[in-house]
Ligand binder design. Structure first.
Ligand code: BJW
Length: 242
């Protein structure tokens, strides 16, 4: 590990602008299941079957049961050493943005402040009629599916397949990626767009791109360094080496 980190760490040391893109893998060591691969199924469903507006229209109760289960898992989970290492990293650079695809809130709970949440947040709900946001739903939710005061269904305030990402967050993320001296890409399968396009945008604008993952992904062939290992070990090793 020390050798893998040592060879390129000077580039990170010299960087002014650093962007980190995270996915479900960074929370795996907190006990939060990832979407794809082992543990990716809930009951018999894959994420792609439930994380869609069509699934919600067809069966809001089923979709809410999935989200309520995940809210409970995440509520009991704690940020891990990988999340904490990114809090440390944030304090070391003039410009730093943590772009996350995760909806689990663990980065903020760890203490990260400069965070762009691309896919929403599990602990927010949104009225399907008025668009108002609720952050006070109990966990677990007593009656599923939950309903707004106006009588319409609430939905999780997350981004499903086919839906647009929050404009401000994806704009911030794209700008940060293109301005980066270094981008770290941590624990994402890099198959879901537009988030998956950010490492390439960074690379083609001159950034040095480092991937941290248990396995190779579609971006591995073009990144500058691909470290295969658990985020909760590799990220603290990077911070130590700095
Ligand atoms: C570890 C580890 C450890 C494990 N340490 N590593 C261009 C081309 C093709 C398709 C499209 C395209 N542009 C848009 C699309 C359509 C679609 C898309 O991308 N489809 C592809 C799947 C083909 N995208 C969209 O629909 C997006 N909207 C959009 O683009 O609007 C405009 C538009 C619409 C339609 C057509 C064209 C344009 C919206 C995407 C929303 C994604 N939403 C979800 C659910 C969020 C809510 C919820 O949580 O329920 O977001 S899906 C799910 O995947 C979730 C995640 O954020 C996202 C990414 O997953 P992630 O984080 O990478 O997790 P995993 O499980 O896949 O990977 C974990 C990784 O960690 C693995 O690699 C492990 O090895 C690793 N790992 N333990 C380090 N300890």
């Amino acid at each position: 590990m020390a050798r893998e980190v040592g060879e390129w760490i000077d580039t990170l040391r010299r960087a002014q602008r650093v962007t980190v893109l995270t996915g479900a893998g960074i929370s795996a060591e907190s006990g939060v299941p990832t979407f794809r691969g082992e543990g990716g199924l809930w009951r018999t469903y894959r994420a792609e079957e439930l994380a869609t507006p069509e699934a919600f229209v067809r069966d809001p109760k089923l979709v809410w049961e999935w989200y309520d289960y995940r809210r409970q898992v995440v509520s009991k989970a704690e940020p891990n050493a990988g999340h904490s290492a990114l809090v440390d990293l944030e304090s070391r650079f003039a410009e730093f943005l943590l772009v996350t695809q995760n909806v689990d809130n663990l980065h903020r709970r760890a203490g990260s402040r400069s965070v762009a949440e691309l896919h929403g947040n599990l602990f927010r709900a949104r009225c399907t009629r008025e668009g108002t946001i609720r952050e006070d739903l109990p966990c677990p939710i007593p009656e599923i599916p939950p309903v707004c005061g106006c009588g319409a269904l609430l939905r999780p305030d997350v981004v499903w397949f086919g839906e647009s990402l929050p404009v401000e967050q994806i704009t911030l993320a794209g700008e940060a990626a293109r301005r980066s001296d270094v981008m770290l890409v941590v624990g994402t399968s890099a198959v879901v767009y537009p988030a998956a396009a950010l490492p390439e945008a960074a690379k083609s604008n001159g950034a040095f791109v480092v991937e941290v993952n248990l396995q190779r992904t579609p971006i591995s062939p073009f990144v500058d360094v691909s470290i295969q290992g658990p985020a909760a070990e590799v990220l603290p090793a990077i911070v130590d080496a700095l």
